[in-house]
Design a protein around this ligand. Sequence first.
Ligand SMILES: Nc1ncnc2c1ncn2[C@@H]1O[C@H](COP(=O)(O)OP(=O)(O)OP(=O)(O)O)[C@@H](O)[C@H]1O
Length: 295
Amino acid sequence: MTAIVEAQGLTKRFGRVAAVDDVSFSLDEGGIHGLLGRNGAGKTTLMQLMTGQEFATSGQARIFGEAPVENAQALRRVCFIKESQVYPDDFKGKHVLKSAPWFFDNWDDEFAQRLVKAFDVPLDRRMKKMSRGQRSAIGVIVGLASRAELTFLDEPYAGLDAVARHRFYDLLLEDYVTHPRTVVLSTHLIDEAAGLLQRVLVIDAGRIVIDADADELRATATTFAGRAGDVESFAAGRDVIDRTVMGGLASVTLAGLSDDDLRAAAAAGLEASPVSLQELIVSRTGGFEREEKSA
Ligand SMILES: Nc1ncnc2c1ncn2[C@@H]1O[C@H](COP(=O)(O)OP(=O)(O)OP(=O)(O)O)[C@@H](O)[C@H]1O
């Protein structure tokens, strides 16, 4: 199968900062994938490179097997929604939706109108007068109703409240089922979006540090809780990726366990629970936990 998105040794430097640093990965057609990372990790720059909005310093970006820069034919098949989208001064919400079909061949106006109702967006208001959440909602509407073969959503719901974000997750999934396509979603809110993601790319300081199937990644670790002494003796000599002690109780997250290990944990009276994608990524990357909690 041909990769729909491909990076090989892709690097983008801004002066001394390597925003994207020797990145290689490929995504096959179809699926909702997460591009996750801390502030300044390189997510936006990577999406800009993949959509031809930035020139690479070295290496290659390809979409549909072709270089994206000034490639109108390939870019017609792409929708890129970013938080910092700039609109003409006098543009109202309705103008954004009216002009969208010029850019997107698969634009579905009925779906767009349904989304306007779902997100309760004031279409008669100028974009620059809209609240941050309302502007985000317009971006989300364009991202979904464009039904582009390849959609990049860069923190598309940054201004949306929790109710609207969950509406977005539900609508994306519902529409994806009837209109499968390839979606790359960047977010800090890993646990919120985790249920949507098939593949996870984690970028840290410009480098891809995790590139894995989401379910396989979750299966690489398990959390065990019980009496502190029992937990510690079971954890001894094993690959501990996280540890919490509270009074006489403790929990540890362990990686690389065999079926025998799981049986031994049960025999030791420890309670096993699956690890969340967010916990796992935070512990593997030395973490963006603090941001997550305040986001
Ligand atoms: N035009 C630019 N000039 C100089 N430095 C830049 C430029 N664009 C990005 N950078 C730097 O490159 C790094 C990656 O930035 P980028 O915006 O890609 O990160 P991000 O993961 O999208 O961050 P966030 O989650 O905060 O939006 C940062 O250190 C940023 O300061």
